[in-house]
Design a protein around this ligand. Structure first.
Ligand SMILES: Cc1ncc(COP(=O)(O)O)c(C=O)c1O
Length: 400
């Protein structure tokens, strides 16, 4: 998902405009900033692109999740349902607020299985957090209906799926709140940064205050601002926002290149008996940042991944054995290892993650390989790559 592949003069121009004023902060300093408001401009443009009323920029995707949860009033002891396949940030943002992550199985969409979500709801559940991993989505229609029935917040983690759509709506805009990351390896990057989007005016106001120490942003003099409630510092800087503005202009072009490269690779694998593809819910359109496919068994997926790597195919991921993205590799979270004491609600309510049966997730993840789609590949390079992938997997399956 590397927007950094298309980093150039446009980003430098935007950053230079900030450097010329020397005002690196997104608030205040009206006299010196020469009317340059990169964060504000990015928020306006991003809200427009995501077809929502409000966007709040923050310092990272993890900050976006934390701010979004806080903005929705999630706090100590509230349960947030999240998938077993995600990034550790989902877990961290929930725990940070004293809330309790409840992990449930994924299905062949590679994110929340609606049936598992329904079964995990208790009187303490406040929020369902699908994580749109690797460019595609959960069955959002089913999840929204579960949330509406049970009066729960639907918070989409769209950090890895910017530009994908569901029922014609940009991912992130379908739920009550949506979160994005612009870290260095995301589809568009600003080095470090993130965004919360929402159509809910109250959540937007809460996010605005919470990410800047609770300041109400009503008075121009920062020292004179009031604080309706507690907040922290999750602000983005003008420099990061400037890069993001230039990258946002490139998003549609990036998505086009991804779709072309993805389609060529998918075509190359589509006739191989034994290979099937990640399921995309009806009316969903991926952002094509990864091609994710299944082999018939865990053993074959492991062998295929090894054979692909040995054949010189880079950027192929076998998440099942990856320490960042699947519960199997998160011993520090399963054991709740923390530098200081965790809130009692977390200690008392947490599932025993070492004892939980996530065999349904294992059955999906054990068979999954994801190939990152790069932007810099020429059409003929992608075709060669597709051919080599096809030959490598076919050879392996024929031997099996
Ligand atoms: C699905 C998902 N959520 C959240 C994050 C956190 O984003 P950041 O690195 O900007 O904190 C990431 C980053 O990899 C991610 O992949």
């Amino acid at each position: 998902m590397p927007g950094f592949e298309l980093f150039g003069a446009e980003e430098r121009k935007q950053v230079n405009e900030v450097l010329e004023t020397g005002v690196l902060m997104r608030y205040g300093f009206e006299g010196a900033r020469n009317n340059r408001w990169k964060a504000k401009e990015f928020e306006k443009a991003f809200a427009q692109r995501m077809e929502v009323a409000h966007c709040q920029l923050v310092s990272s995707g993890t900050a976006a999740l934390t701010v979004a949860l806080a903005a929705a009033g999630i706090g100590a002891g509230d349960e947030v349902i999240m998938p077993t396949f995600t990034f550790v940030a989902s877990f961290e943002s929930i725990i940070t607020l004293g809330a309790v992550p409840i992990l449930v199985d994924i299905d062949d969409t590679l994110t929340l299985d609606p049936k598992a979500v329904e079964a995990a709801i208790t009187s303490k559940t406040k929020c369902v957090m699908p994580v749109h991993m690797c460019g595609s989505m959960a069955d959002l229609k089913a999840l929204k209906s579960i949330c509406q029935k049970n009066n729960l917040i639907l918070l989409e983690d769209a950090c890895q799926a910017i530009g994908a759509t569901f029922e014609g709506k940009p991912l992130g805009s379908y739920g009550d709140l949506g979160c994005f990351s612009f870290d260095y390896v995301k589809t568009i990057t600003c080095g470090e940064g993130g965004a919360v989007v929402t159509n809910n005016k109250t959540f937007a106001l809460h996010a605005d205050h919470y990410q800047d120490h609770g300041h109400d942003h009503i008075d121009k003099d920062r020292g004179a601002e009031n604080h309706p409630f507690l907040g922290y510092n999750y602000r983005i800087s003008e420099l990061n926002a400037a890069v993001g503005l230039a990258q946002l202009d490139k998003l549609n072009g990036i998505l086009k290149i991804q779709e072309r490269n993805y389609s060529i690779l998918r075509e190359a694998l589509s006739t191989i008996e034994g290979v099937s593809f990640r399921s995309v819910p009806e009316s969903g359109i991926e952002n094509y940042s990864f091609l994710s496919f299944f082999l018939p068994s865990k053993e074959l997926a492991e062998q295929a991944h090894k054979a692909m790597t040995e054949a010189g195919l880079d950027a192929c991921f076998y998440w099942f054995n990856n320490n960042w993205h699947y519960i199997k590799g998160w011993s520090h979270l399963r054991d709740l290892k923390s530098l200081g004491k965790l809130p009692a609600e977390i200690i008392n309510q947490m599932q025993d993650l070492n004892a939980m049966d996530f065999s349904k997730s294992d059955a999906v993840m054990g068979r999954t390989i994801s190939v990152l789609i790069k932007l810099g590949w020429t059409e003929s390079e992608v075709k060669e790559r597709g051919q080599l992938m096809g030959e490598t997997i076919t050879k392996l399956l024929e031997k099996a």
